[in-house]
Design a protein around this ligand. Structure first.
Ligand code: C2E
Ligand code: MG
Ligand code: MG
Ligand code: MG
Length: 280
């Protein structure tokens, strides 16, 4: 009816929607400037072995400090960057930084240390992804076996030929693959079996309520057992308390990451963290 059409048209012009559009445009303009003016930087969060708490890896996470000094989190700007395609530039910036920092740390006594980098589905699906990745790895001189790409459940499950071939090519290069935020997507058990990844990363949503819930019934416990059955490594993210770390360890989870062990840090703070952890 005329009325509902009218309502539909009116809805398009609500202050809410124009505010969202305005926010998106402002964010995007700011992001483009930040790319040029070094407003984007990378921080590194430790990943540890639960058996002895030694450092085994790092996750690279992007940060944005605006010209006015405000910090904007990736949860806010990554979606905008994905919509605009700017995510490719940001993604390769993070990869380049992460690989050169890893080369540096390998030379400072952290032999074999792993570096995990988040890859957006948009960046992953782009035809030039593999070539650009090869270039970055070559330039940094790192052993590709120490690089891990964190991909989404949807990419890991996708059976499009192009995606399968890209995953195979990455494995061929020796790169490790982890499914980020595992358990939050919609993968079926049948798909899981054939999934070409090395590691499942338990989402922090399933780690934060570990204290209260019974260990047997917890989703984290199910993922750990699934990993064991399927021959995949498992890492838990978002570990904040000793109780969570202890429970995960008893459930057989080999690796963890979270504020309990270390926050995401700039390189200099990370070096200090590494020195401290070696000392004590
Ligand atoms: P993610 O990859 O699942 O990263 C884990 C998030 O959990 C990070 O948030 C990290 O700072 C946070 N975290 C770590 N330990 C704890 C903890 O003990 N407790 C709690 N509550 N949180 C913890 P961050 O850095 O804000 O990143 C949010 C998301 O943005 C990431 O989730 C990832 O999906 C995306 N992201 C970050 N950097 C990049 C990037 O370089 N490229 C792409 N494509 N996405 C990125
Ligand atoms: Mg991640
Ligand atoms: Mg995650
Ligand atoms: Mg997460």
């Amino acid at each position: 009816t005329a009325k509902s059409t009218q309502r539909g048209q009116l809805a398009w012009y609500t202050p809410e929607i124009s505010r969202q559009t305005h926010d998106r445009v402002t964010l995007l303009t700011g992001l483009r400037t930040a790319m040029r003016a070094e407003g984007l930087f990378v921080v590194y969060q430790p990943q540890i072995a639960l058996s002895d708490r030694r450092l085994i890896g790092l996750e690279a996470l992007v940060r944005w400090r605006t010209e006015s000094g405000e910090m904007i989190g990736p949860d806010r700007f990554i979606p905008v960057a994905e919509q605009s395609g700017l995510i490719r530039e940001i993604g390769f910036f993070v990869l380049r930084r992460a690989c050169s920092v890893l080369a540096l740390l390998h030379g400072e006594g952290c032999q074999g240390l792993r570096m995990a980098v988040n890859v957006s589905a948009i960046q992953f699906r782009h035809p030039a992804f593999l070539a650009e990745l090869r270039q970055i790895i070559g330039d940094s001189g790192i052993d590709p076996c120490c690089l891990e790409l964190e991909i989404t459940e949807s990419i890991a499950m996708e059976d499009a030929v192009y995606v399968r071939e890209t995953l195979d090519a990455l494995h061929g290069m020796g790169i490790q693959l982890a499914v980020d935020d595992f358990g939050t997507g919609y993968s079926s058990l049948a798909q899981l079996k054939g999934m070409a990844v090395d590691r499942l990363k338990i989402d922090k949503a399933f780690v934060c309520d570990l204290d209260e819930a019974g260990a047997d019934a917890s989703i984290a416990g199910v993922v750990i057992q699934l990993g064991q059955r399927l021959g995949k490594e498992v890492i838990a993210e978002g570990v904040e308390t000793e109780a969570q770390a202890d429970l995960l360890k008893r459930m057989g989870c080999p690796e963890a990451q979270g504020y309990l062990f270390g926050r995401p840090m700039p390189l200099d703070d990370l070096r200090a963290w590494i020195r401290r952890s070696r000392a004590g």
